[in-house]
Design a protein around this ligand. Structure first.
Ligand SMILES: Nc1ncnc2c1ncn2[C@@H]1O[C@H](COP(=O)(O)OP(=O)(O)OP(=O)(O)O)[C@@H](O)[C@H]1O
Length: 291
């Protein structure tokens, strides 16, 4: 997907984006970084197709787009599960398939209050989990995430990183914004800087190193380890919890530092692999169908 000389102004206001050139290729994870008001959200809305550029062209947008806006404040008595099932049907799934997919996603994201929580009762972070689930009901060819880490709890950070990696590994493109350099470096394969409505390629993130995978568990002596924001540590690609413990994929040059951090926080190393298999359950993006 490509933006060519894209410009945007709202009504008769000043130019928010000027002559933007950017590429979001299949399999890439593209970060747009910049200060408040620089135009990042406007750019992501144009990428997602929910806002039209005033000038220029957008080409090659995949047919299935998942979009998570920076703010999602749903109203209403509908439960998260019913809402997602409805949205799944709007996206062309049968009721059974939509419901099953909704429940699996809400389980994976650990929606507090469960799938039957009413939308209007959700906290910011839990509403964001519903927005993310909605974007993934049909595996997207393009996943657009506006400040996706803000508001999410630590365990969801890991799941989000894992989901982004899965979409890219399945050949989809991911575009996201974040203010933090470390997050951009850990998760992006391509980066652009947005400043005053101009967009330029940022210093390319370090080439992707081979990964190792560690599983951290509670020690046998009954001590409770301190929480760690695994996804924010240097080189961490994904972190998630399962029956064995917390599973963290990290670029190999950062593996020793990760182990030190885990041990310093009272975690026990339950397993370590220098050559792990790709993540299970990698979805295949649809190349046709409704967006
Ligand atoms: N719907 C709108 N109508 C008018 N002006 C808007 C609208 N949306 C955004 N703007 C203006 O466009 C500019 C860029 O806003 P945008 O939200 O794209 O920036 P941002 O980089 O995402 O900011 P932040 O990091 O604070 O979310 C701002 O000056 C903002 O006031």
């Amino acid at each position: 997907m490509r933006l060519e000389a894209v410009s945007k102004r709202y009504g008769r206001g000043g130019w928010v984006l000027r002559e933007v050139h950017a590429e979001v290729p299949p399999g890439a994870t593209v970060a747009f970084t910049g200060g408040n008001g620089s135009g990042k959200s406007t750019l992501l809305r144009i990428l997602a197709g929910v806002s039209r550029p005033t000038g220029g062209a957008v080409t090659g947008r995949p047919p299935v787009v998942g979009y998570v806006p920076d703010r999602f404040a749903p109203e209403g008595r509908l439960s998260a599960r019913s809402y997602l099932t409805h949205m799944g049907r709007v996206r062309g799934l049968g009721t059974g398939a939509a419901d099953a997919r909704a429940r699996r996603l809400l389980d994976r994201l650990a929606l507090v209050g469960g799938a039957d929580a009413q939308l209007r009762t959700l906290s910011k972070g839990n509403a964001q989990k519903v927005a993310l689930a909605q974007a993934l009901l049909v595996p997207p060819g393009l996943l657009v995430l506006d400040e996706p880490w803000s508001g999410l709890d630590t365990s969801a950070h890991g799941v989000l990183a894992e989901i982004m990696a899965e979409v890219a590994e399945a050949g989809g493109a991911v575009a996201f914004t974040d203010h933090r350099e470390a997050v951009t470096r850990a998760h992006a394969s391509v980066a652009y800087a947005v400043e005053g409505g101009r967009v330029r390629p940022a210093e390319p993130p370090a080439p992707r190193a081979p990964v190792a995978e560690a599983v951290f568990a509670h020690p046998d002596d009954g001590r409770v380890p301190e929480p760690v924001d695994w996804a924010a540590l240097p080189g961490v690609r994904a972190a998630s919890g399962d029956a064995a413990g917390t599973r963290v994929r990290v670029e190999r040059p950062h593996a020793d530092a990760l182990l030190r951090t885990a041990l310093d926080h009272g975690w026990s190393v339950a397993a370590l692999s220098r050559d792990p298999a790709p993540p299970a359950g990698t979805p295949t993006p649809k190349t046709g169908g409704r967006a």
